[in-house]
Design a binder for this molecule. Structure first.
Ligand SMILES: NC(=O)c1ccc[n+]([C@@H]2O[C@H](COP(=O)([O-])OP(=O)(O)OC[C@H]3O[C@@H](n4cnc5c(N)ncnc54)[C@H](OP(=O)(O)O)[C@@H]3O)[C@@H](O)[C@H]2O)c1
Length: 371
Protein backbone atom coordinates (compact mmCIF):
# COMPACT_ATOMS: atom_id res chain seq x y z
CA UNK A 1 0.00 0.00 0.00
CA UNK A 2 1.37 3.42 -0.99
CA UNK A 3 0.15 6.12 1.33
CA UNK A 4 -0.01 9.91 1.14
CA UNK A 5 -0.16 11.38 4.63
CA UNK A 6 -1.96 14.73 4.94
CA UNK A 7 -0.75 16.69 7.99
CA UNK A 8 2.24 16.06 10.19
CA UNK A 9 1.04 17.07 13.66
CA UNK A 10 0.41 14.80 16.68
CA UNK A 11 -1.43 12.03 14.83
CA UNK A 12 0.40 12.39 11.50
CA UNK A 13 3.93 12.27 12.93
CA UNK A 14 3.17 9.28 15.17
CA UNK A 15 1.51 7.48 12.27
CA UNK A 16 4.61 8.10 10.12
CA UNK A 17 6.79 6.55 12.82
CA UNK A 18 4.55 3.50 13.26
CA UNK A 19 4.14 2.95 9.51
CA UNK A 20 7.93 2.75 9.05
CA UNK A 21 7.87 -0.52 11.04
CA UNK A 22 5.38 -2.17 8.67
CA UNK A 23 6.36 -3.87 5.41
CA UNK A 24 2.79 -3.82 4.10
CA UNK A 25 2.55 -0.01 4.00
CA UNK A 26 4.82 2.76 2.70
CA UNK A 27 4.33 6.46 3.29
CA UNK A 28 5.29 7.72 -0.15
CA UNK A 29 4.33 11.37 0.31
CA UNK A 30 3.52 13.87 3.06
CA UNK A 31 1.39 16.95 2.48
CA UNK A 32 2.87 19.73 4.60
CA UNK A 33 2.63 23.51 4.60
CA UNK A 34 6.23 23.76 5.74
CA UNK A 35 9.48 22.08 4.62
CA UNK A 36 10.21 18.77 6.35
CA UNK A 37 13.86 18.06 5.53
CA UNK A 38 13.91 15.30 8.16
CA UNK A 39 11.54 13.13 6.06
CA UNK A 40 12.90 10.68 3.49
CA UNK A 41 9.69 10.59 1.38
CA UNK A 42 8.29 13.21 -1.02
CA UNK A 43 7.08 16.31 0.83
CA UNK A 44 4.67 18.57 -1.01
CA UNK A 45 2.32 21.43 -0.26
CA UNK A 46 0.33 20.69 -3.43
CA UNK A 47 -2.55 18.25 -2.87
CA UNK A 48 -3.17 17.94 -6.64
CA UNK A 49 0.23 16.30 -6.96
CA UNK A 50 -0.97 13.61 -4.54
CA UNK A 51 -4.38 13.07 -6.07
CA UNK A 52 -2.91 12.79 -9.57
CA UNK A 53 -0.26 10.26 -8.54
CA UNK A 54 -1.53 6.83 -9.71
CA UNK A 55 1.01 5.08 -7.43
CA UNK A 56 -0.72 6.40 -4.30
CA UNK A 57 -3.65 4.17 -3.43
CA UNK A 58 -4.45 5.43 0.08
CA UNK A 59 -4.74 8.86 1.68
CA UNK A 60 -4.41 9.24 5.47
CA UNK A 61 -6.04 12.51 6.51
CA UNK A 62 -4.53 13.91 9.74
CA UNK A 63 -5.15 17.63 9.20
CA UNK A 64 -8.36 17.93 11.23
CA UNK A 65 -11.26 20.39 10.85
CA UNK A 66 -13.67 20.66 7.94
CA UNK A 67 -11.70 22.47 5.25
CA UNK A 68 -9.54 21.72 3.39
CA UNK A 69 -9.89 18.21 4.90
CA UNK A 70 -13.29 17.61 3.26
CA UNK A 71 -12.20 18.78 -0.22
CA UNK A 72 -9.06 16.64 -0.05
CA UNK A 73 -10.84 13.51 1.23
CA UNK A 74 -13.67 13.87 -1.31
CA UNK A 75 -11.16 14.34 -4.16
CA UNK A 76 -9.15 11.31 -3.00
CA UNK A 77 -12.29 9.12 -2.94
CA UNK A 78 -13.36 10.43 -6.37
CA UNK A 79 -9.94 9.37 -7.64
CA UNK A 80 -10.64 5.86 -6.27
CA UNK A 81 -8.13 6.15 -3.42
CA UNK A 82 -8.85 4.64 0.00
CA UNK A 83 -9.15 7.13 2.85
CA UNK A 84 -8.31 6.66 6.52
CA UNK A 85 -9.04 9.54 8.89
CA UNK A 86 -9.22 10.29 12.62
CA UNK A 87 -11.38 13.34 11.97
CA UNK A 88 -14.73 12.99 13.76
CA UNK A 89 -15.82 16.51 12.83
CA UNK A 90 -15.40 15.77 9.13
CA UNK A 91 -17.04 12.33 9.36
CA UNK A 92 -20.07 13.72 11.23
CA UNK A 93 -20.61 16.74 9.01
CA UNK A 94 -20.30 14.86 5.69
CA UNK A 95 -21.28 11.31 6.67
CA UNK A 96 -23.67 10.40 3.84
CA UNK A 97 -21.67 12.17 1.18
CA UNK A 98 -18.41 10.46 2.10
CA UNK A 99 -19.96 7.00 2.40
CA UNK A 100 -21.62 7.42 -0.99
CA UNK A 101 -18.38 8.59 -2.60
CA UNK A 102 -16.55 5.56 -1.21
CA UNK A 103 -19.26 3.22 -2.57
CA UNK A 104 -19.44 4.95 -5.93
CA UNK A 105 -15.69 4.91 -6.53
CA UNK A 106 -15.01 1.46 -5.10
CA UNK A 107 -12.75 2.83 -2.38
CA UNK A 108 -12.53 2.08 1.36
CA UNK A 109 -13.22 4.70 4.00
CA UNK A 110 -12.24 4.05 7.64
CA UNK A 111 -12.20 6.28 10.74
CA UNK A 112 -11.63 3.95 13.71
CA UNK A 113 -9.45 6.51 15.53
CA UNK A 114 -12.21 9.14 15.29
CA UNK A 115 -14.08 7.69 18.29
CA UNK A 116 -12.14 6.15 21.15
CA UNK A 117 -8.63 7.22 19.99
CA UNK A 118 -6.56 4.06 20.53
CA UNK A 119 -9.47 1.78 21.46
CA UNK A 120 -10.74 -0.49 18.65
CA UNK A 121 -14.24 0.67 19.53
CA UNK A 122 -15.79 1.36 16.13
CA UNK A 123 -14.44 -1.86 14.60
CA UNK A 124 -15.76 -3.89 17.55
CA UNK A 125 -19.10 -2.12 17.37
CA UNK A 126 -19.35 -2.77 13.61
CA UNK A 127 -18.46 -6.43 14.16
CA UNK A 128 -21.24 -6.82 16.73
CA UNK A 129 -23.80 -4.82 14.73
CA UNK A 130 -23.23 -7.18 11.80
CA UNK A 131 -24.43 -10.23 13.74
CA UNK A 132 -26.56 -8.95 16.62
CA UNK A 133 -29.10 -6.22 17.29
CA UNK A 134 -27.42 -3.37 19.18
CA UNK A 135 -29.85 -1.77 21.61
CA UNK A 136 -27.63 0.96 23.11
CA UNK A 137 -24.19 2.54 23.10
CA UNK A 138 -22.99 4.70 25.93
CA UNK A 139 -19.82 5.94 27.48
CA UNK A 140 -17.16 8.36 28.56
CA UNK A 141 -15.91 9.39 25.13
CA UNK A 142 -13.86 12.46 26.02
CA UNK A 143 -10.65 12.21 28.06
CA UNK A 144 -10.34 15.94 28.74
CA UNK A 145 -13.65 16.24 30.60
CA UNK A 146 -12.94 13.00 32.42
CA UNK A 147 -9.66 14.47 33.67
CA UNK A 148 -11.35 17.75 34.73
CA UNK A 149 -14.23 16.03 36.56
CA UNK A 150 -11.81 13.66 38.25
CA UNK A 151 -9.61 16.55 39.46
CA UNK A 152 -12.76 18.21 40.86
CA UNK A 153 -13.89 15.01 42.60
CA UNK A 154 -10.58 13.69 43.89
CA UNK A 155 -8.59 16.90 44.49
CA UNK A 156 -11.48 19.20 45.40
CA UNK A 157 -10.62 21.69 42.62
CA UNK A 158 -13.19 24.10 41.19
CA UNK A 159 -14.08 23.87 37.50
CA UNK A 160 -11.80 26.75 36.41
CA UNK A 161 -8.80 25.41 38.38
CA UNK A 162 -9.28 21.88 37.03
CA UNK A 163 -9.52 23.21 33.47
CA UNK A 164 -6.35 25.26 33.94
CA UNK A 165 -4.52 22.15 35.20
CA UNK A 166 -5.72 20.16 32.18
CA UNK A 167 -4.47 22.95 29.89
CA UNK A 168 -1.07 23.00 31.63
CA UNK A 169 -0.76 19.25 31.07
CA UNK A 170 -1.69 19.60 27.39
CA UNK A 171 -4.92 17.64 27.94
CA UNK A 172 -7.17 20.59 27.11
CA UNK A 173 -6.82 23.03 24.26
CA UNK A 174 -6.48 26.79 24.71
CA UNK A 175 -10.06 27.06 23.50
CA UNK A 176 -11.65 24.12 25.35
CA UNK A 177 -15.20 24.67 24.00
CA UNK A 178 -15.47 21.49 21.92
CA UNK A 179 -14.49 19.35 24.92
CA UNK A 180 -16.22 21.06 27.84
CA UNK A 181 -19.46 21.84 25.98
CA UNK A 182 -19.74 18.18 24.95
CA UNK A 183 -19.39 18.72 21.17
CA UNK A 184 -16.48 16.28 20.86
CA UNK A 185 -18.45 13.65 22.82
CA UNK A 186 -21.48 14.29 20.61
CA UNK A 187 -19.51 13.73 17.38
CA UNK A 188 -18.14 10.43 18.69
CA UNK A 189 -21.60 9.43 19.86
CA UNK A 190 -23.14 10.20 16.46
CA UNK A 191 -20.49 8.11 14.66
CA UNK A 192 -21.09 5.27 17.12
CA UNK A 193 -24.90 5.47 16.87
CA UNK A 194 -24.72 5.56 13.06
CA UNK A 195 -22.76 2.31 13.05
CA UNK A 196 -24.77 0.67 15.81
CA UNK A 197 -28.17 1.35 14.25
CA UNK A 198 -27.35 1.69 10.52
CA UNK A 199 -28.62 5.28 10.45
CA UNK A 200 -27.35 8.75 9.66
CA UNK A 201 -27.98 11.19 12.51
CA UNK A 202 -27.48 14.93 12.27
CA UNK A 203 -25.04 16.05 14.92
CA UNK A 204 -26.94 19.28 15.62
CA UNK A 205 -30.17 17.36 16.40
CA UNK A 206 -28.62 15.59 19.41
CA UNK A 207 -29.22 17.49 22.69
CA UNK A 208 -25.90 18.24 24.29
CA UNK A 209 -25.04 19.56 27.74
CA UNK A 210 -21.40 19.86 28.78
CA UNK A 211 -19.77 20.16 32.18
CA UNK A 212 -19.48 23.94 32.68
CA UNK A 213 -22.43 24.11 35.08
CA UNK A 214 -20.85 21.59 37.48
CA UNK A 215 -19.17 23.41 40.36
CA UNK A 216 -17.55 22.51 43.67
CA UNK A 217 -20.97 22.48 45.39
CA UNK A 218 -22.48 19.99 42.95
CA UNK A 219 -19.45 17.71 43.21
CA UNK A 220 -19.56 17.89 47.02
CA UNK A 221 -23.29 17.07 47.17
CA UNK A 222 -22.80 14.15 44.78
CA UNK A 223 -19.77 12.85 46.67
CA UNK A 224 -21.74 12.89 49.95
CA UNK A 225 -24.15 10.46 48.26
CA UNK A 226 -21.34 8.24 46.93
CA UNK A 227 -21.85 9.52 43.36
CA UNK A 228 -19.35 10.71 40.72
CA UNK A 229 -19.97 13.01 37.76
CA UNK A 230 -18.94 11.91 34.25
CA UNK A 231 -19.74 13.41 30.86
CA UNK A 232 -21.50 10.67 28.91
CA UNK A 233 -23.02 10.22 25.47
CA UNK A 234 -25.85 7.69 25.19
CA UNK A 235 -27.79 6.45 22.17
CA UNK A 236 -30.43 3.76 22.24
CA UNK A 237 -33.14 2.22 20.14
CA UNK A 238 -36.53 2.34 21.89
CA UNK A 239 -39.66 1.07 20.14
CA UNK A 240 -37.94 1.47 16.79
CA UNK A 241 -36.97 5.10 17.51
CA UNK A 242 -33.40 6.33 17.91
CA UNK A 243 -32.69 8.39 21.00
CA UNK A 244 -29.36 10.12 21.64
CA UNK A 245 -28.03 12.78 23.98
CA UNK A 246 -24.92 14.00 25.78
CA UNK A 247 -25.08 15.16 29.40
CA UNK A 248 -23.43 14.93 32.81
CA UNK A 249 -24.13 11.54 34.34
CA UNK A 250 -23.85 10.40 37.96
CA UNK A 251 -22.50 6.94 38.70
CA UNK A 252 -22.35 5.10 42.03
CA UNK A 253 -19.06 3.73 43.33
CA UNK A 254 -20.07 0.23 42.19
CA UNK A 255 -20.03 1.30 38.49
CA UNK A 256 -16.73 0.94 36.55
CA UNK A 257 -17.33 4.37 34.99
CA UNK A 258 -16.87 5.96 38.44
CA UNK A 259 -13.31 4.65 38.53
CA UNK A 260 -12.09 6.06 35.22
CA UNK A 261 -9.41 8.53 36.24
CA UNK A 262 -7.12 10.63 34.06
CA UNK A 263 -7.92 11.04 30.38
CA UNK A 264 -9.26 7.52 29.78
CA UNK A 265 -12.39 6.51 27.90
CA UNK A 266 -14.87 3.76 28.81
CA UNK A 267 -17.43 2.90 26.15
CA UNK A 268 -20.05 0.16 26.27
CA UNK A 269 -22.44 -1.43 23.85
CA UNK A 270 -25.49 -3.51 24.67
CA UNK A 271 -26.75 -6.06 22.19
CA UNK A 272 -29.59 -8.55 22.26
CA UNK A 273 -27.79 -11.88 22.34
CA UNK A 274 -24.23 -10.98 23.34
CA UNK A 275 -25.20 -8.59 26.14
CA UNK A 276 -22.90 -5.87 27.41
CA UNK A 277 -19.39 -5.32 26.08
CA UNK A 278 -17.17 -2.57 27.48
CA UNK A 279 -13.97 -1.08 26.10
CA UNK A 280 -11.54 1.05 28.01
CA UNK A 281 -8.21 2.69 27.22
CA UNK A 282 -6.53 5.80 25.90
CA UNK A 283 -9.09 7.88 24.01
CA UNK A 284 -6.44 10.21 22.56
CA UNK A 285 -2.68 10.76 22.26
CA UNK A 286 -0.17 10.36 19.42
CA UNK A 287 0.65 6.67 19.50
CA UNK A 288 -2.75 5.32 20.63
CA UNK A 289 -4.61 7.30 17.95
CA UNK A 290 -2.03 6.65 15.22
CA UNK A 291 -2.13 2.92 15.99
CA UNK A 292 -5.83 2.80 15.13
CA UNK A 293 -5.12 4.74 11.91
CA UNK A 294 -2.43 2.21 11.06
CA UNK A 295 -4.72 -0.72 11.93
CA UNK A 296 -7.27 0.67 9.44
CA UNK A 297 -4.55 0.90 6.74
CA UNK A 298 -3.37 -2.65 7.43
CA UNK A 299 -6.94 -3.98 7.28
CA UNK A 300 -7.41 -2.31 3.88
CA UNK A 301 -4.00 -3.53 2.65
CA UNK A 302 -4.93 -7.12 3.56
CA UNK A 303 -7.93 -6.78 1.21
CA UNK A 304 -11.55 -7.77 1.53
CA UNK A 305 -12.64 -4.47 3.14
CA UNK A 306 -16.04 -3.11 2.20
CA UNK A 307 -16.47 0.58 1.33
CA UNK A 308 -17.36 1.43 4.93
CA UNK A 309 -17.99 -0.57 8.13
CA UNK A 310 -21.65 -0.84 7.14
CA UNK A 311 -23.76 -0.34 4.01
CA UNK A 312 -26.63 1.07 6.06
CA UNK A 313 -26.96 4.79 6.61
CA UNK A 314 -30.68 5.51 6.46
CA UNK A 315 -31.64 9.13 7.17
CA UNK A 316 -33.02 9.21 10.68
CA UNK A 317 -35.03 11.71 12.71
CA UNK A 318 -33.70 11.64 16.22
CA UNK A 319 -36.55 11.01 18.66
CA UNK A 320 -35.99 11.15 22.42
CA UNK A 321 -39.72 10.87 23.19
CA UNK A 322 -39.76 7.10 23.80
CA UNK A 323 -36.62 7.05 26.01
CA UNK A 324 -36.78 7.26 29.79
CA UNK A 325 -34.13 7.46 32.49
CA UNK A 326 -33.54 8.45 36.11
CA UNK A 327 -32.87 12.20 36.06
CA UNK A 328 -31.68 14.87 38.46
CA UNK A 329 -32.64 18.49 37.78
CA UNK A 330 -31.38 21.36 39.90
CA UNK A 331 -33.04 24.73 39.29
CA UNK A 332 -33.14 28.00 41.25
CA UNK A 333 -36.17 26.65 43.09
CA UNK A 334 -35.49 22.99 43.79
CA UNK A 335 -33.59 19.78 43.22
CA UNK A 336 -35.86 17.18 41.60
CA UNK A 337 -35.07 13.58 40.80
CA UNK A 338 -36.90 10.55 39.46
CA UNK A 339 -37.66 8.42 36.43
CA UNK A 340 -38.79 10.75 33.64
CA UNK A 341 -39.13 10.82 29.84
CA UNK A 342 -35.84 11.98 28.34
CA UNK A 343 -37.30 14.44 25.81
CA UNK A 344 -39.32 16.12 28.59
CA UNK A 345 -36.21 16.58 30.75
CA UNK A 346 -34.24 18.28 27.96
CA UNK A 347 -37.24 20.52 27.18
CA UNK A 348 -37.53 21.50 30.89
CA UNK A 349 -33.80 22.16 31.02
CA UNK A 350 -34.07 24.57 28.07
CA UNK A 351 -37.02 26.38 29.60
CA UNK A 352 -35.33 26.72 33.03
CA UNK A 353 -32.22 27.94 31.25
CA UNK A 354 -34.24 30.68 29.58
CA UNK A 355 -36.04 31.74 32.76
CA UNK A 356 -33.79 31.07 35.81
CA UNK A 357 -30.99 33.37 36.88
CA UNK A 358 -28.58 30.42 37.31
CA UNK A 359 -27.84 27.84 34.66
CA UNK A 360 -29.76 24.70 35.74
CA UNK A 361 -28.06 21.37 36.14
CA UNK A 362 -29.44 18.33 34.36
CA UNK A 363 -27.76 15.01 35.04
CA UNK A 364 -28.73 11.40 34.38
CA UNK A 365 -28.47 8.92 37.24
CA UNK A 366 -26.94 5.72 35.83
CA UNK A 367 -25.73 2.32 37.04
CA UNK A 368 -28.33 2.21 39.83
CA UNK A 369 -27.41 5.68 41.19
CA UNK A 370 -30.02 7.30 43.48
CA UNK A 371 -30.04 10.93 44.62
N1 LIG B 1 -4.41 14.33 18.93
C1 LIG B 1 -5.20 13.33 19.32
O1 LIG B 1 -4.99 12.71 20.38
C2 LIG B 1 -6.35 12.91 18.46
C3 LIG B 1 -7.16 11.82 18.90
C4 LIG B 1 -8.21 11.38 18.09
C5 LIG B 1 -8.46 12.05 16.90
N2 LIG B 1 -7.69 13.12 16.53
C6 LIG B 1 -8.00 13.78 15.26
O2 LIG B 1 -6.87 13.71 14.40
C7 LIG B 1 -6.82 14.85 13.57
C8 LIG B 1 -5.47 15.51 13.67
O3 LIG B 1 -5.27 15.91 15.03
P1 LIG B 1 -3.83 16.32 15.59
O4 LIG B 1 -3.97 16.35 17.08
O5 LIG B 1 -2.77 15.51 14.97
O6 LIG B 1 -3.74 17.83 15.07
P2 LIG B 1 -2.44 18.75 14.98
O7 LIG B 1 -1.40 18.27 15.92
O8 LIG B 1 -2.92 20.15 15.10
O9 LIG B 1 -1.90 18.49 13.50
C9 LIG B 1 -2.53 18.97 12.35
C10 LIG B 1 -1.52 18.96 11.23
O10 LIG B 1 -2.20 19.31 10.03
C11 LIG B 1 -1.44 20.30 9.38
N3 LIG B 1 -2.33 21.15 8.58
C12 LIG B 1 -3.33 21.94 8.98
N4 LIG B 1 -3.90 22.53 7.91
C13 LIG B 1 -3.23 22.11 6.82
C14 LIG B 1 -3.33 22.36 5.43
N5 LIG B 1 -4.24 23.21 4.96
N6 LIG B 1 -2.47 21.75 4.59
C15 LIG B 1 -1.53 20.90 5.07
N7 LIG B 1 -1.38 20.62 6.37
C16 LIG B 1 -2.21 21.22 7.24
C17 LIG B 1 -0.76 21.10 10.47
O11 LIG B 1 0.34 21.75 9.90
P3 LIG B 1 1.13 22.96 10.58
O12 LIG B 1 2.12 22.29 11.46
O13 LIG B 1 1.71 23.66 9.41
O14 LIG B 1 0.12 23.78 11.32
C18 LIG B 1 -0.37 19.95 11.41
O15 LIG B 1 0.82 19.35 10.99
C19 LIG B 1 -8.01 15.73 14.00
O16 LIG B 1 -9.09 15.48 13.17
C20 LIG B 1 -8.30 15.25 15.41
O17 LIG B 1 -9.65 15.45 15.80
C21 LIG B 1 -6.64 13.55 17.28
Amino acid sequence: MKIALLGFGTVGSHFYELAREQDAVTVAAVLSRRPRPELSCTVTSDFDEIVRDPEIDTVVEAIGGLEPAFSYVAAALRAGKNVVTANKQLMCAHYDELLELAHEHDACLRCTAAAGGGIPWLTSLARTAEMDEVSAVEGILNGTTNYILNAMTEDGLGYAEALEKAQELGLAEKDPTADVEGLDTRRKLVLSANLAFGVSLREEDVPCIGITQIGKREVRLAKARGLTFKLVGRAERVNGKISAYVCPTLYPDSAPEAHMTGAENLISLYSERIGKQSFTGEGAGGFPTASNVLADCLAIARGGCSAYYTDKHAPCELDNSAAEAEWLMRTDAAILSGRKPTAEQFASYESYKASDSNVPLLARLAGGAKW
